[in-house]
Each structure stands twice: as C-alpha cells, then as structure tokens.
Design a protein around this ligand. Structure first.
Ligand code: MG
Length: 166
C-alpha cells in the first residue's frame, strides 16, 4: 500500500436497549435479555464499519445511503447493507484492514468476538488477519454504564486502486 493512496475512515454508532428485540452484533445473534432498538436490525457493529468504510472513501454516510424513512430498510439485515457498501467502494478502493471496538456493560462479548470477526471478514472479502473485533465496558459510567444502550466504533483503512494507464 503506497503512502499517497492510503485513506482512513472512522465510524461510530449507538443504539438503545429494548425488550422484545434480538441482539445482533457483527451479524452474530447474541443471547441477551434485551436487544437493540432501530429501524433496521440495529447491528451497531456493522453500522460503525459501514460508516468507517464510507468515510475512508468519502462516499457519505449510512443515514444518507440507507435512510430510515425508507420502508425498504425496515428490519433490514445490516449484513446486506455492508455488502452493498463493499460493492460500491470496490471499483476504486481495496480494503486494507478494519478494527472495531464494542463498548457495552452487558452482555460479556468475549465468547462472540471471534465469530463476529469471521463474519465481518467474509462480508468484507478480506482475510481474517485484517479484521479485529474488541470489546470493553464503560466502567459503569454514562448511558452505556447504566445499560441503556451500547456503542461501537470502527476504523477502516482503504487504498486507492491504481487506474489503468497511470
Ligand atoms: Mg445504527
């Protein structure tokens, strides 16, 4: 990856915990007494990754591409949205690596991190070594500490593909 073609993007997402919804993170269903509220499946990990990729490409943001006012994205599987974004960036960019941190008081995500990583690497079409998923609590502070919701942050590195003839 030559230095002048490297681009970095950052993504953040948060969702509120509610009863009666599944908890889906990084495309993996995680057993928990509450799930995440949202128009789509509320997969905050994938949403943060999408915004990191879009940011690195300067292609806008998830809310513009997939507006929650559009019934097409109601209960949408965020994995499908991520695949769509990967398709959009692929002609111009190659994905270098993606690093995600999930911040939640509960549940403990240790047992699910490797599955999220595998799922993300498949969706992104990159080797497992280029995907990282980390998890931490918020030490009991703020909305996350009170268990009102969770947040995910992600960074993505892209490299601009060489155009033919240059
Ligand atoms: Mg979201």
């Amino acid at each position: 990856m030559s230095q002048d073609r490297v681009r970095v993007g950052w993504g953040y997402d948060s969702h509120r915990f509610v009863k009666g919804r599944r908890l889906v993170l990084g495309g993996v269903v995680i057993p928990h007494r509450v799930g995440l509220q949202g128009h789509s499946d509320a997969d905050a990990v994938i949403h943060a990754v999408i915004d990191a990729l879009l940011g690195a490409a300067a292609y806008g943001d998830i809310g513009t591409l997939f507006p929650d006012s559009d019934p097409a994205y109601r209960e949408a599987d965020s994995q499908r949205l991520l695949k769509d974004v990967v398709r959009r960036i692929q002609p111009r960019f190659q994905i270098g690596n993606v690093d995600v941190t999930v911040i939640t008081q509960e549940p403990k995500l240790g047992p699910y991190k490797s599955r999220m990583r595998v799922r993300l690497s498949r969706l992104l079409s990159v080797p497992l070594k280029d995907v990282s998923v980390k998890a931490k609590t918020n030490e009991g502070m703020g909305f996350i500490g009170r268990g009102q919701g969770l947040a995910a942050v992600a960074v993505a590195v892209l490299s601009r593909k060489k155009r033919k003839g240059r």
